[in-house]
Design a protein around this ligand. Structure first.
Ligand code: ADP
Length: 444
């Protein structure tokens, strides 16, 4: 300002006029006029003309600045659109695509010519089953203006489909038009599919391993099973002989013979039942959940491991709560869990010589919605360090162990929505227990 005043004095101006250029109460410039020839040239009449001029100049200047801003903004948007980081589409609600960047055209396999020709319509790029969702989206957009990204699919020019994530907004100044930001999800979907496939393979491998261990366990059980089947078979033979004797009498006792035959049938059914259970164990099946009484599962397993218990001098105590509510479970898989826990318990007591080898199986309703089954032994117990690792696949402390039993048991229990855990007993040995949710009808 000082130098300006100095300038004015130097030029020896005789009349000077300075008018502020104001637009909407904002000073946007100053109109400065000078006359070196005469004083008082800026009469009120001239000043009012100049004031009018100044207000027009202010408007023009402001417009020029706004236009400049707009151009700058447009250039920035253009840069974003042309950077092709994401697909960008400008469209109207009637289905027309007004503009789209190369990234979007690449996604849907169309060329610039298709766009320029005006033939491209987003409604036609949308597969039939997504159209209702799109209509819904337009209604929502009209209400709220912008929408969070949502998944959909577009049809490519070659008829294939591209999965995408689309964020949309309507233009405030043109509520019939809007912009979409589109991300191609093909790679992501492929990665997800790969992950799902590998999870499926892992599950299959687990099932396969479960089957292997089940069969291995079966091998160990063969002797026990033979014993189980032999018993009813011996009874069948004895009762059949008795029947013959009743019939061979001078006066055949038909009632006694009939009773003997009924016993034969019963024993035969018992043997068939054992064989059926063994086959169910050996058969590789998908998980099949049915309403079950866990006590039945426990009892079935006991018949299978009875011989192992006897040969290892293990006494079994059962504390099964009567009339338990049902659970939903796969009988064969839960049998497998029980067999593993019981066999582990027997093995953990193998080195015990200074006290009776006792195994206690308990069942009870734990919480209103849960069933608890536990297997407690008085064997070697668990070290704090091992307790963390027991359930890891391939963790074993046995020379011939596979370390798969508990890991599979845990998978099975978890597939039933339950939890398998272990802890050391206060005295000696360890307790392994699992909880399972009740069958819905029982729980409610
Ligand atoms: P494996 O029996 O083939 O070793 P498991 O998964 O059944 O595999 O068990 C893993 C390990 O957990 C066993 O090697 C053993 O060290 C420990 N373990 C399992 N059950 C018991 C138990 N009842 N008492 C003490 N340790 C146990």
């Amino acid at each position: 300002m000082i130098s300006d005043r100095h300038n004015i004095c130097q030029k020896q101006a005789r009349s000077v006029l300075c008018l502020p250029l104001v637009k909407q109460a904002k000073l946007i410039g100053v109109l400065y006029l000078e006359n070196n020839l005469a004083s008082h040239v800026f009469t009120p009449a001239r000043i009012s003309v100049l004031e009018l001029l100044a207000s027009q100049a202010a408007i023009s200047l402001e417009n020029a600045r706004l236009y400049n801003d707009l151009q700058e903004r447009e250039a920035k948007i253009r840069r974003l659109v042309d950077s092709n980081i994401v697909g960008i589409v400008i469209w109207d609600v009637q289905g027309r695509i007004i503009d789209a960047n190369q990234a979007f055209l690449d996604m849907v396999g169309y060329a610039q010519e298709d766009l320029v020709s005006g033939r491209l319509r987003w409604t036609e790029l949308t597969p039939a089953e997504w159209r209702d969702a799109d209509e819904q989206i337009i209604t929502e957009l009209k209400a709220v203006g912008t929408l969070q990204p949502r998944e959909k699919e577009y049809l490519r020019k070659d008829g294939s489909r591209v999965p995408v994530l689309v964020a949309r907004a309507l233009f405030e100044w043109k509520p019939d038009e809007g912009v979409s930001f589109v991300i191609d999800m093909t790679d992501r979907k492929r990665a997800e599919e790969k992950l799902r496939a590998s999870e499926r393979r892992l599950l299959d491998a687990r099932m396969e391993l479960a089957h292997v261990t089940r069969v291995t366990t079966l091998g160990e059980m063969t002797a026990s099973i033979a014993h189980e089947v032999n018993q009813p078979l011996a009874a069948v033979a004895a009762n059949a002989e008795a029947c013959l004797r009743w019939l061979d009498r001078a006066t055949p006792d038909l009632d006694a013979a009939r009773r003997s035959v009924e016993w034969v049938i019963n024993d035969n059914n018992r043997a068939s039942e054992v064989i059926r259970r063994v086959r169910a164990l050996a058969k590789k099946t998908e998980i099949e959940k049915l309403p079950l009484d866990v006590n039945d599962v426990v009892k079935e397993v006991i018949t299978l491991v009875q011989r192992e218990l006897t040969s290892h001098q293990v006494s079994l105590q059962m504390e099964l709560a009567p009339a338990l509510p049902m659970i939903m479970g796969d009988r064969v898989q839960l049998q497998q869990v029980m067999i593993n826990l019981v066999m582990n318990g027997i093995e953990a007591m193998q080195s015990v010589t200074d006290r009776p080898r006792e195994l206690v199986i308990r069942s009870r309703q734990n919480e209103p919605q849960q069933m608890l089954v536990s297997v407690a032994d008085c064997g070697v117990g668990l070290s704090a360090e091992d307790a963390d690792r027991l359930f890891n696949a391939f963790f074993t402390t046995k020379s011939g162990g596979m370390g798969m039993g508990l890991s599979i048991c845990r998978s099975i229990v978890e597939a039933h929505g339950g939890r398998l855990s272990a802890f050391g007993n206060e005295g000696s040995g360890a307790t392994f227990q699992f909880v399972l949710p009740l069958h819905q009808e029982e729980a409610s």
